[in-house]
Design a binder for this molecule. Structure first.
Ligand SMILES: [Zn+2]
Length: 319
């Protein structure tokens, strides 16, 4: 797995917003790739009215929502982010992009996201007859992606995130509907959860992901769960991102990823390096002391996980 990057991803000008171009500046030594334009793929997920609305608002610097801003070049940058994710899905690489995507719904921007990069790439694969596991380890719930695939059994959406936190949804009650019932797994970690609970959540539901037997694994790779990322209250270390990469590679052969959150630029850089080293089977580049969660956090987690397993057990023999 290698990075797919181009300086065009700095062109989405958000000013002093937490999701700004400084996030990608530490990656300035990454070789630049030619990026296809993803505009032709937007319609796989988003409706025409929404796409036209985004294009118009970007051209006039009108915000797309309370927390999602855009500027003149944002539409083009966002379609290139989709294009890079489509490229990553074909080559098994990591799309190092912005804006992120997992809070974008079919017809609504939100949470710094304009178009749902990973969902568009996943839907393209579904239309090619493939079963797709979308694993989202960003510290926030990927509400847009969940909503887009909520009624299908062709995509297993699995998210591990802090709850309560933005966007305020994504509980164990939400397991999908119609054909998709049982195919939406929301693992809610209490605030102050550390590496121990992240890895427990991962290892508890990995057997379900394997039972689903995906043709390809799409990763919403967000790193805002790190203890030094101020936007959330999770306590992951850099080692966890390496370990998740290592475990994904040892269980699945066909994997690609797209960047979601991660708002401390230095930590984001190290996190991505560690994740890719884990995927590629190369040595860990950055090591930190592993974090343990306290007793009360642990107990709350255990209650939630027990409830989630009971809800999902009818659909998965691995549980
Ligand atoms: Zn996030």
């Amino acid at each position: 797995m290698k990075l797919i990057y181009n300086d065009i991803f700095l062109d989405h000008n958000t000013g002093n917003h937490p999701e700004n171009k400084l996030r990608l500046v530490p990656f300035s030594n990454v070789p630049v790739s030619g990026i296809i334009d993803g505009e032709d793929y937007l319609g796989l997920v988003h409706n025409g009215q929404y796409i036209a609305d985004v294009q118009q608002k970007c051209s006039q610097n009108i915000p797309l929502g309370m927390d999602t801003v855009c500027a003149e070049k944002s539409f083009k940058t966002a379609t290139k982010a989709v294009g890079a994710t489509i490229m990553a899905s074909g080559s098994g690489d990591f799309a190092l992009i912005r804006p992120p995507g997992h809070h974008a719904f079919r017809g609504k921007a939100g949470g710094f996201c304009i178009f749902n990069n990973i969902a568009i790439a996943a839907e393209k694969l579904v239309e090619e007859g493939k079963k797709v596991l979308v694993f989202d380890f960003d510290g926030h719930f990927g509400d847009g992606t969940s909503s887009i695939f909520y009624d299908t059994d062709k995509v297993l959406f699995w998210s591990i995130h802090q709850y309560p936190a933005y966007p305020g949804t994504g509980t164990s009650c939400d397991i999908g509907e119609e054909n998709g019932i049982g195919y939406n797994i929301n693992v809610e970690l209490p605030p102050k959860s550390g590496d121990d609970l992240l890895m427990s959540a991962f290892n508890t539901f990995l057997p379900v992901a394997k039972e689903f037997n995906p043709d390809i694994v799409a990763i919403s790779a967000g790193f805002d769960g790190h203890k030094n990322d101020m936007i959330l209250d999770l306590n992951y270390s850099l080692d966890s991102f390496f370990e998740i990469g290592r475990l994904l590679r040892s269980n699945f052969s066909n994997i690609f990823a797209a960047l979601e959150g991660g708002y401390n630029p230095d930590i984001l850089y190290k996190s991505v390096e560690n994740f890719i080293a884990g995927i590629n089977g190369t040595p860990k580049l950055h090591t930190e002391r592993l974090s343990d969660s306290n007793y009360l956090v642990h107990r709350q987690y255990e209650n939630r996980i027990t409830e989630l397993i009971l809800k999902l057990r009818p659909f998965w023999s691995a549980l």
